[in-house]
Design a protein around this ligand. Structure first.
Ligand code: FAD
Length: 348
């Protein structure tokens, strides 16, 4: 049996949604019975069983306070200690700030390989080696990488590259609670010249203060995104998109063509060289659906496209493909929406 570990994360005491995406990736790597999926959950969390409901066969919860917050060294020491006990064949983390910091640290300490920021994972049907696919050469090619020497094969996976499985509260799994207290010197040394005693007990870091990140996450976590492309033909056209997004409570996204033309800021770019998003609703307006764009939004739950060309590739991806001139369709749609709103007594 192939054992797969995922590094779960928690946010404000709850399992983070990105960990549920990792479970879906892990489960996709084999049929039930041929893989066993273990979630490692460091730090205090009140709902570790959620990981079972979303696909974990077992959970190892290490609730010690020292493992919460952003500090790679104690977490890497904890993971190293777990690997001493048992070595899975695959270990995945999300390509979040935590995953991108801790997993390379662990890989270096263990002398193992790591592929960062994968957008696709599968198992070689012959050898069961993990095929780790990620954009390379500035996104011009997709490279598939194997890390065949040593166990586990490690990868970080781009958030929103897969939707979580349906929650199944009937799933049962074991939750093992392990107290991990970092003994002085237990942390793996930092790099080749490591080994010096860190000046602070928390792995060389002194936590001064924690402040919540206040700025908006923009399109990353939005439930609805309306994105515009070159079909708008001019910057002023994007004002129409802003008004429509405001009306329906969506965030504005953009294709690379639109961003390159200065019609939208780069953080709003959807696609291979922009953000990967997975909203409940994605509306593509005047966007053709180039492969690099699709790579950033194809896991959206419902996709609607508005395009004058019925042959545009985005139409084939869409749950609803509207063939229309955007400059006619959007004002008409806004007038309708405004009509509904004023009928409800809500100002448009
Ligand atoms: C390495 C690399 C990375 C890339 N990364 C990204 C990325 O992250 N994101 C991304 O988006 N692209 C990316 N691209 C670019 C990508 O290949 C496409 O060039 C780009 O997505 C096209 O943008 P578009 O759909 O807005 O423009 P076009 O392909 O020109 O499409 C415009 C669409 O608008 C429609 N249209 C025109 N007029 C109207 C109208 N009046 N009403 C309705 N519809 C209309 C047209 O029918 C057409 O389908 C990348 C390319 C490379 C090489």
């Amino acid at each position: 049996m192939n054992e797969i570990w995922i590094l779960a994360e928690s946010k404000s005491g709850h399992v983070a949604p990105v960990s549920l995406e990792l479970l879906a990736w892990a489960r996709s790597l084999g049929k039930t019975g041929s893989v066993s999926v273990t979630a490692i959950l460091p730090g205090p969390a009140i709902d570790p069983e959620e990981l079972c409901y979303f696909g974990a066969d077992s959970v190892i919860h290490c609730p010690s306070e020292g493992l919460s917050g952003f500090s790679a060294r104690p977490l890497a020491a904890c993971l190293s200690a777990l690997l001493e006990r048992r070595r899975p064949s695959v270990f995945l983390a999300a390509a979040t700030t935590t995953g991108r910091t801790v997993l390379p640290y662990l890989a270096a300490c263990e002398g193992l390989g790591l592929t960062a920021d994968c957008t696709e994972l599968s198992l070689d049907p012959e050898t069961a080696v993990l095929l780790q696919t990620r954009p390379a050469a500035g996104g011009n090619i997709m490279a598939t990488i194997r890390t065949t020497r040593g166990k586990p094969q490690m990868a970080t996976v781009r958030p929103h590259s897969r939707r979580p499985l349906e929650r199944d509260p009937g799933r049962t799994a074991s939750v093992e609670v392990m107290d991990f207290h970092e003994a002085p010197g237990a942390a793996p040394p930092l790099g080749r010249d490591g080994g010096d005693s860190p000046p602070f007990p928390n792995g060389g870091l002194l936590l001064v203060e924690e402040r919540p990140f206040e700025s908006s996450r923009g399109i990353a976590d939005a439930r609805a995104v309306i994105a515009g492309g070159k079909g708008f033909r001019k910057k002023e056209g994007f004002a129409l998109l802003d008004r429509l997004a405001g009306l329906v409570g969506a965030e504005v996204g953009a294709s690379r063509e639109a961003v390159d033309r200065g019609w939208a800021d780069y953080p709003r770019q959807v696609g291979l060289s922009g953000r990967t998003i997975s909203p409940e609703l994605y509306i593509a307006v005047g966007i053709s659906g180039a492969i690099q764009h699709l790579a950033g939004m194809q896991t959206s739950k419902t996709i609607v496209s508005i395009n004058s060309d019925p042959e545009a590739p985005i139409a084939a991806m869409s749950d609803l493909a509207i063939r229309a001139d955007l400059y006619e369709f959007i004002p008409a749609l806004m007038a309708k929406l405004a009509g509904y709103r004023s009928a409800d007594g809500v100002e448009a």
